[in-house]
Design a protein around this ligand. Structure first.
Ligand SMILES: NC(=O)c1ccc[n+]([C@@H]2O[C@H](COP(=O)([O-])OP(=O)(O)OC[C@H]3O[C@@H](n4cnc5c(N)ncnc54)[C@H](OP(=O)(O)O)[C@@H]3O)[C@@H](O)[C@H]2O)c1
Length: 395
């Protein structure tokens, strides 16, 4: 189906699946689908453990299948959906099974490398994959993009920065691109001293100044590891060299990113900080649909500011660039250690500044190997998690 319908006008109603439907990206996606019900047929919805929201979504959207990754919740989910005719599954394999169901468009909205195998399943089905789950591209970018080409899939970036670049990048003339510029809000601690950062709590760290997001990405924004992950993500998404990726702090999050061309032109994509904009862009691609979000009023905003990031205050930026330069499994190691350390911080086992220290220690311990298969990446991911956990205990 999918190769035929990629970008074709005869694709309505588009069949869609939402992986991670109960999260911040997932709920935004579901809200857009609900606004245009006649245009889409929902195939699968998945989550980890949020039975309540998943059931509510399922009863409204009537997917063919729903799945939770937590196996222990099977009975509860089954009972809640009895008589609905919706197929129910639980366990990691059930989420993969749901992701394997043929759909024209799949939202990869699971957080962390837990999303890798389900996203890969959608890619291997040749689907249009709306990629929010940046961690899977960071960990397995080479293998994932190879499969995208082999199976005729299409990756459309959902991350607002990459979505912005996608909209202004001249794919017909990539040699004319001098650099891409990823904007970063700088997070809630942009102006904090090291002493102040030492004392920050999980509650403070998850309060992003401009965006309302899941806990993990909010902490990543606070450490600026998010921008590090996005640097690696950009490298895999666009035909550019590592040195062509630049980061600039832009606290208002209005300019979502920019592309600089060889004639001195710089093209930018702007919008209000609302994830429904990039999600709707990927859902309707290659067309556009009307989205009920606040319109940008530049006169009201008045001033847009930009500054260089500080790698001393935010060492995650340096670390991510090193991991990208090292290549091989280094980005996968960094990502896995970061997932463990962020969870450790959210659980109050370590302080805010320990997050990047643990990532750094894990990365230093790891030999620079190349992974040839997804199974090898999964092994590296598990081993890095184990190491990071060990460092956390001893920190
Ligand atoms: N939020 C944003 O605005 C935003 C912007 C750009 C990029 N992203 C990226 O999008 C992804 C999702 O972010 P988010 O903010 O939406 O996260 P979130 O709110 O935490 O939601 C995560 C989703 O994944 C599910 N999930 C968590 N662990 C899982 C597991 N082990 N197996 C299967 N499903 C699992 C969750 O289910 P439960 O609800 O049952 O736990 C939930 O549906 C991340 O990679 C993030 O970096 C997010």
């Amino acid at each position: 189906m999918n190769k035929r319908s990629l970008g074709s006008k005869e694709r309505r109603p588009r069949s869609v699946s939402v992986l991670g439907s109960t999260g911040s990206i997932g709920c935004n996606t579901v809200s857009i689908l609900e606004n245009q019900r006649d245009q889409y047929q929902v195939i699968a919805l998945t989550a980890r453990s949020n039975v309540k929201v998943l059931v509510e979504q399922a009863l409204r959207l009537k997917p063919r299948m729903v799945a939770l990754s937590e196996e222990r919740l099977y009975k509860e989910l089954k009972q809640e959906l009895s008589g609905s005719g919706i197929q129910v599954g639980a366990g990691v394999d059930a989420v993969i099974e749901a992701a394997q169901l043929s759909a024209d468009w799949v939202m990869a909205g699971i957080v962390g490398t837990a999303g890798l195998l389900p996203t890969l399943s959608a890619v291997r089905n040749g689907a249009i994959v709306a990629l929010a789950n940046k961690e899977c591209l960071v960990s397995a970018g080479d293998l994932l993009t190879k499969d995208v080409a082999e199976f005729g899939a299409k990756l459309l970036p959902v991350d607002s920065e990459h979505n912005g670049i996608f909209q202004v990048f001249d794919f017909d003339h990539p040699a004319a691109v001098e650099k891409i510029v990823l904007t970063a809000s700088g997070g809630p601690f942009r102006c904090f001293t090291k002493d102040e950062m030492m004392r920050v709590t999980p509650e403070q760290a998850v309060l992003h100044p401009n965006w309302n997001m899941g806990q993990k990405i909010s902490v990543d924004c606070a450490t600026m590891m998010n921008k590090g992950l996005e640097t690696i993500e950009a490298f895999h998404l666009f035909p550019i060299e590592k040195r062509q990726i630049e980061i600039v702090i832009h606290p208002q999050s209005v300019v979502h990113s920019m592309v600089s061309y060889c004639d001195g032109s710089m093209l930018a994509q702007l919008g209000t900080p609302d994830m429904r904009i990039p999600i709707a862009f990927t859902l309707a691609w290659p067309e556009r649909v009307s989205v009920p979000v606040a319109r940008l009023d530049l006169a009201e905003i008045g001033k847009l500011t930009f500054e260089s990031p500080c790698e001393v205050s935010f060492p995650a930026l340096r670390l991510a660039r090193e991991a990208l330069e090292l290549g091989g499994v280094a980005p996968a190691v960094m990502n896995a250690a970061n997932e463990i350390a962020v969870q450790g911080f959210l659980d109050r086992r370590i302080g805010f500044l320990d997050i990047i220290k643990i990532v750094d220690r894990t990365l230093c311990k790891y030999p620079t190997l190349r992974a040839k298969t997804i199974e090898e990446i999964c092994e590296v991911d598990s081993e890095s998690r184990r190491l990071a956990e060990e460092f956390m205990v001893s920190s």
